[in-house]
Design a protein. Structure first.
Length: 154
């Protein structure tokens, strides 16, 4: 492995993981004592598979909107550039089982959607660049492996 780097995930050996999984990528203690936890919500096995970009974009929109129906602790949900997963940033201490439950509930909401939220030129920077079908296929696959999410390493 290269020398220690600033970004937590750059110090993760991506050959050694077994996707899908949900893991704690970072814990940030703020000056006033608040804690933020960054979760790696990984859909695809790194360097072997990836999501199509329209699926990434539609999952991003759908998850970001639906998750806030279940939690007030969500700071952000954003895609990884490698198209293999997403980062979910939450207020609070790490709690992987509870976060997996939140992710599961939200993904079940996404499966039930009939359109991608805010997929238009007013609310998005590339409103035509979406696929609900591709998003749902990826979400179904992720949910099919729900019992494996807490096992990160192969
Ligand atoms: Zn967008």
């Amino acid at each position: 492995m290269p020398e220690r780097m600033n970004v937590e995930s750059f110090n993760l050996d991506h050959r050694a993981v077994a996707a899908p999984f949900v893991r704690v990528a970072d814990v940030k203690r703020l000056p006033d004592g608040d804690v933020l936890t960054k979760y790696d919500v990984r859909f695809c096995q790194p360097n072997r598979e990836h999501l199509e970009m329209t699926a990434v974009h539609s999952i991003e929109h759908s998850f970001a909107e639906c998750v806030r129906n279940h939690s007030d602790a969500v700071i952000d949900f954003g895609p990884m550039g490698c198209q293999t997963g997403f980062y979910l940033i939450m207020v609070g201490e790490p709690d992987v089982p509870a976060t997996c439950e939140l992710v599961e509930r939200t993904l079940r909401d996404v499966l039930a959607l009939t359109e991608v939220p805010a997929a238009n030129e007013i609310q998005c920077g590339w409103g035509a660049h979406h696929s609900l079908d591709a998003a749902r296929a990826a979400v179904s696959e992720m949910l099919a492996h729900r019992d494996e999410w807490e096992q990160v390493m192969a």
